[in-house]
Design a protein around this ligand. Structure first.
Ligand SMILES: Cc1cc2nc3c(=O)[nH]c(=O)nc-3n(C[C@H](O)[C@H](O)[C@H](O)COP(=O)(O)OP(=O)(O)OC[C@H]3O[C@@H](n4cnc5c(N)ncnc54)[C@H](O)[C@@H]3O)c2cc1C
Ligand code: SF4
Length: 338
């Protein structure tokens, strides 16, 4: 680990000023991803600006009937908040599918959205990697790529975004609140993370120096027919090979509204509104869910080790939509898939 200086920010304005004025400075929240990356020499900030004492640690009602989660609220505080459990159980379930209790008690809402890929080559500074060192190449495309993306890839990067929380937030159409040197703005979550294209070193649409202050969940009713289904190599804490956040509104057996987002398959949570539209007004059935899955996976491309993910994703989508339609969400206590 390199030497760095440390400052505990006393206000959002101070935190923004300190990072915006120094390209080598980074915010630090729970530190569960940043410190790991510093130990691996992947991130080498000269200055750390500690934001953990800023007043961004509450969950508030919004005027529109939604909830606004402060950027420093820990993952477990979100998952076990009674309002989240009642009104956004999909989010609660997705968070509980991730990491371990110790990590979730340290990891924050802002940090979770900004965690970086788990690509093996990204962590290994002895290998090239376009995300870590632009222009050096992407060994994953021709190397070990079992955990990599099947959708939205480019010749420059085939990494996935590892967050579970972000997948549920994508399905719930969350809005990210940001403060920066040019003031405050909001970013719909669909526009927050980006595809790799020819700039895979850029994970999201935040500018350097901008800080996430909160994530807003709009009012909506997806609290009865939902599931977060995560397929992984081990039951104990492991990142998703494929995960699916599914939420339906039903009138009898007819779907009146639907949301579907996938994790573990792309550089960002993957959502295809046209596929959701296929569900509206139709009777819930395995055949319909299969057709929706085919639409979601239209254009999916497998690499040598991960071609299995295409069929896995298809079956996970069908299973997740079936669980949601049946009102039997995946248990995050007994993680064996029923
Ligand atoms: C062993 C292990 C298993 C894990 N398993 C899972 C899993 O299954 N699912 C899952 O989703 N996650 C998993 N995680 C990842 C974990 O959820 C993230 O490390 C965590 O959410 C990051 O939050 P943090 O507050 O610790 O971020 P930090 O490490 O403090 O920061 C991460 C990044 O975000 C930036 N940042 C932090 N807060 C802000 C802010 N408010 N505004 C602007 N920038 C900010 C930092 O500068 C840094 O670049 C796992 C982690 C470990 C170590
Ligand atoms: S997939 Fe992306 S992160 Fe992994 S080696 Fe290629 S460029 Fe780097």
């Amino acid at each position: 680990m390199n030497r760095f200086s440390y400052l505990r920010a006393a206000s959002v304005e101070e935190a923004v000023r300190e990072v915006a004025g120094d390209p080598t400075a980074r915010f630090i929240a729970g530190g569960t991803n940043l410190i790991d990356l510093m130990k691996y020499n992947v991130e080498r900030p000269d200055r750390l600006i500690d934001i953990t004492h800023l007043p961004l640690n509450g969950i508030e009602e919004t005027d529109g009937g939604g909830l606004k989660i402060g950027a420093l609220v820990t993952n477990d505080e979100v998952a076990y908040d009674s309002r989240i459990q009642d009104r956004y159980p999909l989010l609660s379930s997705a968070i509980r599918a991730g990491a371990s209790p110790q990590l979730r008690n340290a990891a924050t809402t802002g940090g979770n959205l900004l965690q970086r890929t788990r690509c093996y080559y990204f962590y290994d500074t002895g290998t090239p990697c376009n995300k870590r060192e632009p222009g050096s190449g992407c060994p994953a495309a021709f190397g070990r790529n079992r955990i990599h993306a099947i959708l939205g890839t480019s010749e420059h990067c085939i990494a996935t975004h590892p967050s579970d929380m972000a997948v549920a937030m994508a399905a719930l159409e969350a809005i990210v609140h940001v403060a920066g040197p040019n003031g405050e703005r909001t970013i719909p979550i669909a526009e927050f993370h980006r595809l790799p294209g020819d700039r895979p070193e850029i994970d999201n649409t935040l500018q350097h120096g901008e800080i996430i202050t909160a994530v807003e969940l709009p009012a909506q009713d997806f609290s009865r027919n939902y599931t977060y289904l995560k397929v992984r190599d081990r039951l104990s804490y492991a990142f998703a090979l494929v995960s699916v956040a599914a939420a339906l509104r039903l009138d009898g057996e007819t779907v009146t509204d639907a949301r579907l987002a996938l994790g573990g398959v792309a550089h960002k949570p993957w959502r295809i509104p046209e596929a959701e539209a296929m569900l509206r007004g139709k009777t819930a059935s395995a055949d319909l869910f299969g057709a929706v899955a085919d639409r979601v996976l239209d254009g999916a491309k497998g690499y040598e080790d991960n071609a299995f993910k295409i069929d896995l994703a298809r079956r996970t989508i069908v299973r997740a939509l079936s669980q949601a339609a049946d009102g039997k969400p995946q248990s995050q206590t007994d993680k064996r898939i029923q």
